[in-house]
Design a protein around this ligand. Sequence first.
Ligand SMILES: [Zn+2]
Length: 405
Amino acid sequence: MTNLRRGLLAACGLVTFAALSTAAHADEDKALAHARQLLKKAILVDGHNDLPWAIRIDKKAPGDVAAYDLNGTVAGQTDLKRLDKGGIGAQFWSVYIPGEIGSGFARTQLEQIDIARRMIERYPKLQFATTVADIRAAHREGRIASLMGMEGGHAIENSLGALRAYYELGVRYMTLTHNVNLDWADSAAKPPEHGGLTKFGEDVVLEMNKLGMLVDLAHVSDDTMDDALRVSKAPVIFSHSSARAICDVPRNVPDSILKRLPENGGVVMVTFVAGFIDPEVAKIQVPAMAELSRRTQGKSVEEAEKIADEVMGKLKLPKTNIAKVADHIEHIRKVAGVKHIGLGGDYDGNSDWPVGLEDVSSYPLLFAELIRRGWSDEDLTLLAGENVLRALAQAENVSRQLSKK
Ligand SMILES: [Zn+2]
């Protein structure tokens, strides 16, 4: 706060200030009530939640789906009560495995799919889903459509057969890379080795088109984004990325790529990770993430988790807020258009969030912020889920067409 503003506030006097703040609260409540009402009708589809990984690395009972009781209040950011409060209609549960482990990718990936499938099976509120029709049906029944998105193409171990098998198990998107380069694709987190996708990388994208598995470009390098957009016959997604023009980190999407989304039909699902939202947080958090990736190279999952606690636990991060997330959303709307935005919080995949967006119950607060900024119900419904549902429906169509040949 500047001295001038402080002086003005003092001159206003306490009574006026209190009146202003009451009026602000009334507005806040109205916008929030509106947001909650809207999310009862609209299908809120979140692109990325790492709950299956949180279950795997839980300190008390690692990997024990039954012990991690989603009916109660868990230590993490996701449980059924909070999902309900957040108005979630469909969730892409991330089946993530670290690329840093160096070997045993397929086995670790199958274990993650097993955890996700058993978790979904366990709760009547969750409904396993693989198609747009499944998602709409689950929503009509008041259940949370539960899809799987695979984070990191290392899991296919350079095999299109493995890719097809993952599709059969229910995987409906694959993030081409995580934080390591592959034999066929460059990651945003490492110096480039291939200049984007190799010829085999292009084959992977085309095979995904054929299957009807969405190509996810979160975590990949700019050249990989560029190549995938050139090759893909179906819309791409960014399951959890934000706008580089607002927060300049390699994980976010540059305007040059945003501009190409109308032609492709793709969707950027904005993430809430504080280090990708606010440059002040990024300054500290992003180098720590790079250090973590370096130090966990070749380590087991258990060893890597200890290093993660050590590296990330000691960070002192400044706070950021909901308005910053709304700024990313509005920037993407400006550059790519309202039909190319979605949400992918990345809950349980990180520990630092903007104030007010700390867990899966928070979405209505973000919608309230956009309502106060003048967003229409129609545009909010597109943002909530209709955009990504359109992209998935288009991918299903492309798959049908390519399979006919
Ligand atoms: Zn991620």
